[in-house]
Write a protein that binds this ligand. Sequence first.
Ligand code: SAM
Length: 243
Amino acid sequence: MRIDVVTVFPDYLAALDLSLIGKARQAGLLDLRVHDLREWTTDRHRTVDDTPFGGGAGMVMRPDVWGCAIDAVLDGDPAGHLVIPTPSGEVFTQRHAEALAAEQHLVVACGRYEGIDARVAEHYRAAGRRVSEVSIGDYVLNGGEVAALVLVEAVGRLLPGVVGNPESLVEESHGAAGLLEYPVYTKPPVWDGLEIPEVLLSGHHARIDRWRRDRALERTAQRRPDMVAALDVARLDKHDRAL
Ligand code: SAM
């Protein structure tokens, strides 16, 4: 998969050289390219923004500069999917990450100031391109770079070969079961007077699976009742329903 990130702060994305995503890039599993939006400016001051029509506070990012940048990184690729992080977008979830991980080419346009001129999304949609405006949560950041880090990490770890043990993706929070993950423990078995649940030492796989499922259900009910309400009742077993 190829991901192009366009930003006025390319250094912000340096973290994507680290850890699993950094290794995936080195291994050629993820072709991640970070670009400075100012490369596509034409004036001496390398201007990317201007005052908002209609008045008001702040500056808006110019559509002409963004258009040149996006066209250049799309490089005529009809598969290129434009992703615009914005607090006014659809809230990004694991389902979005899964859908984007199935794509061949993403272009992430990181806004700053009051955001990107609305005609940019409109223009690419009108041209028949897929455009996703996504929010990483109900709060406002200063720029789209942190959102781009979130998107690249959430999508990148789903690509084949990126996470060493693909089994660890199966039971995760927000996975196919629609639950939060059960609590996890490691050595030492007693820490600060706190013991791990005895069943985890039993070696009895069926009991451990049942215990994990019960804890996942309990935790989800306590912390995310909205997720429990969305569960498919037909997929719950007798024990689940009794809980
Ligand atoms: N004026 C905009 C509004 O009220 O919707 C906020 C602009 S924000 C200060 C600047 C940039 O940060 C946005 O263009 C977007 O790229 C990014 N951003 C801020 N919050 C975000 C969020 N929750 N999710 C995704 N991107 C966000």
